[in-house]
Design a protein around this ligand. Structure first.
Ligand code: ATP
Length: 506
């Protein structure tokens, strides 16, 4: 097992042990790729939502929110293209009976070749030292060149085959590349088939015409179908945005990697409506705004990167992902898409209702174009959680696990700890707790030695611990301990609230 895999395992078990994330239906042996958030997880998740909502809705005068229903008219999914095109090519291995996304199998194969190229570069850098010119090496070294060309050839087969739904060719490619099932090691594959990712159910009683409806696979359509309602009732002027946080459902085939890929998850999406022809300007604007938002949480820049799409979805004329360096490597965290007028025009056609905006400055009506920012709440959780997990060896040789969560995201902001469970210290601690708890999530803990209590707070990422001792009763001062540095300072009780507020708003 690699170091990263080992760390990922530890992170997953920490999430469970400390009440952040549990496997769904665990006492019934679990439900695959479905998770529940525990007492600390739900606080952290709510904090992420609030941080996003404030930055999108509260700080932008021209963005408003909506909370649309999960159930929607089935024709919406016909119009959006999801009934016909929201599918992944899948392939089964006949020996292991495991199902894979055919394109992911090929992409994993490409990643292996990229790994080989990277190894050659690292080796050469060591050999040539200071004078090493990576670009020159990549364009002249025969082994690297052969691998670069190989990747090009594979991409030139895969993407056109995906675009034209040429499932036979994807199968052929998998066979030609000699890709084996990671579990059985065999190359005994079924044909490649399309698999629609939408969950469906029936609405209406059996005696009526049963109507197949879908659980929404994205929150965006709830925004599009409310475009007219909100534009009119809010007298919104273009450019303007509508934001939504809510559940989405996808019958994912590749269901692994903890909460990275779930069947039921939450999205935080914003659709920004703009003049036709101005969408690429706004696309760049939102790429920039969104990366700034991520960096504002204090995680180093090198953990993020943009990935511009080569293969565009059926509705987009530009698309870029913000990828994060998760424990399993760089993967998509957020998508920024220029969706053209695809969705609104389609709903106009399928509903027969005019969905247009009269632009007083241009004196003309048009179907607005859309730039969307779409971020996974659970993936943001995983990004922050995995980056914050730290194991530290302390001066006395003992080990502590500390979650260095951004304070604004941490489930609890402060723990209130009477040094001992007697001599009126609990009563004094309760008084302090009562003065703080209406403003901050506080935890009261009087059990075990103080050192163990500090460890428990470190493990859930509480930025501050307040300890009440005998001196507190005399002069109304306490010690405040900071999570990351473990520094302790004696301060007046009246100062606690200000210190916490400053750190959270930093
Ligand atoms: P991927 O390529 O990883 O399947 P996607 O491109 O299909 O993702 P989008 O449709 O752009 O994803 O959805 C927007 C965001 O929703 C993603 O960036 C991701 O953060 C989140 N998301 C999508 N699918 C899932 C899932 N199954 N589980 C958790 N989050 C998801």
């Amino acid at each position: 097992m690699s170091n990263n895999e080992e760390k990922f395992k530890k992170i997953i078990s920490h999430a469970k042990e400390y009440g952040f994330v549990f496997q769904s239906s665990e006492i019934y042996d679990g439900l695959s790729a479905v998770y529940d958030y525990g007492q600390n997880g739900v606080e952290m998740k709510n904090n992420i939502k609030e941080y996003w909502w404030k930055s999108m809705v509260q700080y932008h005068e021209n963005i408003v929110g909506v909370d649309s229903a999960i159930f929607m008219h089935p024709t919406i999914w016909k119009a959006s293209g999801h009934v016909d095109a929201f599918s992944d090519p899948m392939i089964d291995n006949k020996d292991s009976k495991k199902r894979y996304r055919a394109d992911v199998l090929v992409e994993d194969f490409i990643a292996k070749i990229e790994g080989k190229i990277q190894k050659e570069i690292t080796k050469a850098r060591k050999r040539f030292g200071e004078s090493f010119d990576e670009n020159q090496f990549k364009t002249t070294n025969p082994r690297v060149l052969a691998n670069v060309n190989k990747i090009e050839d594979i991409k030139n087969r895969l993407y056109p085959a995906m675009d034209s739904d040429n499932l036979e060719d994807i199968k052929l490619l998998i066979e030609e590349l000699g890709i084996a099932c990671p579990i059985s090691g065999s190359k005994n594959w079924t044909d490649v088939r399309q698999f629609n990712l939408m969950f469906s159910t029936q609405m209406g009683s059996l005696s009526e015409d049963a109507n197949q409806i879908f659980l929404r696979p994205e929150t965006a359509q709830g925004i599009f179908v409310n475009y007219l309602n909100i534009q009119k009732s809010g007298r919104m002027k273009i450019p303007f945005g509508i934001a939504q946080i809510g559940k989405a459902f996808r019958n994912e085939i590749v269901a692994r990697q903890f909460i990275f890929r779930m069947k039921e998850f939450e999205q935080m999406e914003m659709q920004f409506f703009v003049r036709p022809g101005e969408e690429l300007k706004w696309f760049e604007y939102w790429k920039n705004e969104r990366i700034k938002w991520h960096l504002s949480l204090g995680i180093p820049e090198e953990k993020y990167r943009f990935h511009d799409h080569e293969k565009l979805a059926h509705y987009a004329n530009a698309a870029s992902d913000i990828e994060f360096d998760f424990p399993m490597g760089f993967k998509e965290l957020e998508g920024i898409h220029s969706r053209t007028d695809f969705d609104l025009a389609a709903h106009q056609k399928f509903s027969g209702k005019k969905i247009q905006y009269f632009d007083p400055e241009l004196n003309q009506s048009y179907v607005p174009f859309v730039v969307e920012t779409s971020i996974g709440l659970d993936r943001t959780f995983l990004a922050l959680f995995s980056h914050s997990y730290n194991e530290e060896v302390l001066e006395d040789g003992s080990m502590r696990v500390v979650m260095k969560l951004p304070p604004i995201i941490a489930p609890y902001k402060v723990a209130v700890l009477p040094l001992v469970k007697k001599d009126n210290l609990p009563e004094k601690a309760r008084e302090i707790m009562d003065s703080l708890k209406y403003n901050y999530m506080c935890q009261y803990d009087e059990k075990d030695a103080i050192g163990r209590r500090y460890r428990r707070q470190d493990a859930i990422g509480t930025p501050y611990c307040i300890t009440i001792d005998h001196q507190t009763l005399e002069d109304n001062t306490v010690t405040i301990r900071e999570r990351d540095s473990m520094k302790q300072e004696r301060i007046a009780i009246g100062k606690i609230s200000g210190i916490i507020a400053e750190r959270i708003n930093d």
